[in-house]
Design a protein around this ligand. Structure first.
Ligand SMILES: *Cc1c(COP(=O)(O)O)cnc(C)c1O
Length: 422
């Protein structure tokens, strides 16, 4: 599927999925064009709404996740924004795991709040009763990450799905870190999956992008009064009712034809092309990444200068049981650890690395480190940091696909340099 799903060339057509780098598409009659605008007919007319390259790459990602349809967005942020806004509006409410990616935490907690959408953050390890207590009559979705960034906690997807479904709302899962190679959240009851394709899917650090995939499993009609955007006429499309006209494709069709039309956060076809090159080796890179990460986690785990390490694949990790259930082939290349000596020692350590770079990025073929308290999460108060499960000495290490021994040598020498400067 990584190599071939979503694009089967015909006779004499390009073997590699081509870039259709065109804003517009030509028609013979004005009636043909009009029918496209009415969503009476399928076809391309303007790349902000749809483009053949983007659609093929989206179809590949939908196949990988086992969903019915997908759309690409300009970034992972746009993917989570659209995934929520497609079923939420001012006056609505979202329940979300607290320990999520900082960008998503801000999107939900700050920007959505300004837009009149309230969000309650919950501890994903709390009991079903405690999480259920956060729900309100106007709650429209439950949100979590398969593997949280940067806490590396594994979501109990089945538990979250049970809670969401018992309140008549879908479970939206950001599957960026696991990728469908290591976990397919739909198999455990998630309804919508989002991705920052910027990470492993692209895999080479070339292009910012995102994707939303719909399982097609959530029954919007059964909760029609809660999701009027999908189940009542859209006046901006001559009164189309998405669920009636498009069935299982209602959610993605609305997101492309309405939100993308109005908000315009498309992925460029050029970037979709790069994303596709990444996808074509995703099934090779994920196992290689996890194999490296397991070796490095084992080294850190056994080194007396390391105060603590979180990596779900380690047998004594608090997340290990969940990893065994949801990510049996390995979680991802990202781990978090703290060095004895605390915050300053951690900074000296990072500054001494030679091969592993300091980068505001994770989850591609290059190994890198980040110190969330002074980088990605620097706008959070200490209290919010605690709430998000991030301690001040936390170093996030994203292991790439370099040689594992070279990476371990680099970590070892950087600890020694940091110690010499103590
Ligand atoms: C990076 C990331 C995002 C945001 O994606 P961008 O492509 O940077 O906009 C969202 N969720 C997770 C889990 C991420 O790691």
């Amino acid at each position: 599927m990584c190599v071939q799903a979503g694009y089967q060339p015909g006779k004499g057509e390009p073997r590699q999925m081509p870039i259709v780098q065109s804003t517009t598409f030509k028609y013979e009659t004005s009636l043909q064009m009009g029918r496209l605008f009415d969503l009476e007919e399928e076809g391309y007319f303007y790349t902000r709404l749809q483009n053949p390259t983007n659609d093929r790459v989206a179809a590949r990602i939908a196949a990988l996740e086992g969903g019915v349809a997908a759309m690409l967005t300009s970034s992972g942020q746009a993917a989570n924004f659209f995934a929520c806004l497609n079923i939420c509006q001012a006056g609505d409410h979202i329940v979300s795991a607290a320990g999520i990616y900082g960008g998503t935490f801000n999107l939900l907690g700050t920007t959505f709040r300004k837009m009149g959408i309230e969000v309650t953050f919950v501890d994903q390890e709390a009991s079903e009763e405690e999480i259920a207590a956060a729900f309100r009559p106007n709650t429209k979705l439950l949100f979590g990450e398969t593997i949280s960034n940067p806490g590396v906690k594994v979501l109990d997807i089945e538990k979250f799905a049970r809670i969401a479904h018992s309140h008549g709302v879908p479970l939206v899962v950001d599957n960026t870190f696991a990728t469908p190679i290591n976990c397919r959240p739909f198999e455990f009851g998630a309804d919508i999956v989002t991705h920052s394709t910027t990470k492993y899917m692209d895999g080479h650090g070339t292009s910012v992008g995102g994707a939303i995939v719909d399982s097609g499993n959530f029954d919007w009609e059964a909760h029609a009064e809660r999701f009027p955007g999908l189940t009542t006429p859209d006046e901006s499309y001559h009164g189309i009712v998405y669920t009636q006209r498009f069935g299982k494709l209602a959610y993605i069709t609305k997101a492309t034809s309405q939100l993308m039309r109005d908000l315009g956060s498309i992925q460029s076809p050029q970037n979709a092309f790069y994303l596709n090159l990444g996808l074509q080796t995703l099934h090779l890179r994920m196992p290689a990444t996890c194999e490296n990460a397991r070796k490095i986690a084992a080294f850190l785990h056994d080194d007396p200068r390391v105060a603590w390490i979180n990596y779900p694949d380690l047998p004594d990790d608090s997340q290990h049981q969940l990893q065994q259930k949801y990510l049996p082939n390995g979680s991802c290349g990202v781990m978090a650890f703290g060095l004895k000596g605390g915050r300053d020692f951690s900074i000296r350590f990072m500054d001494s690395l030679r091969l592993i770079s300091i980068a505001t990025h994770v989850a591609d073929c290059h190994s890198c480190v980040l110190h969330p308290a002074s980088h990605t999460h620097r706008q959070l108060t200490d209290e919010q940091l605690e709430e998000a499960g991030i301690s001040p000495d936390l170093i996030r290490l994203s292991v790439g696909i370099e040689d594992a021994d070279d990476l371990i040598d680099d970590i070892r020498q950087a600890i020694e340099v940091a110690e010499a400067g103590r």
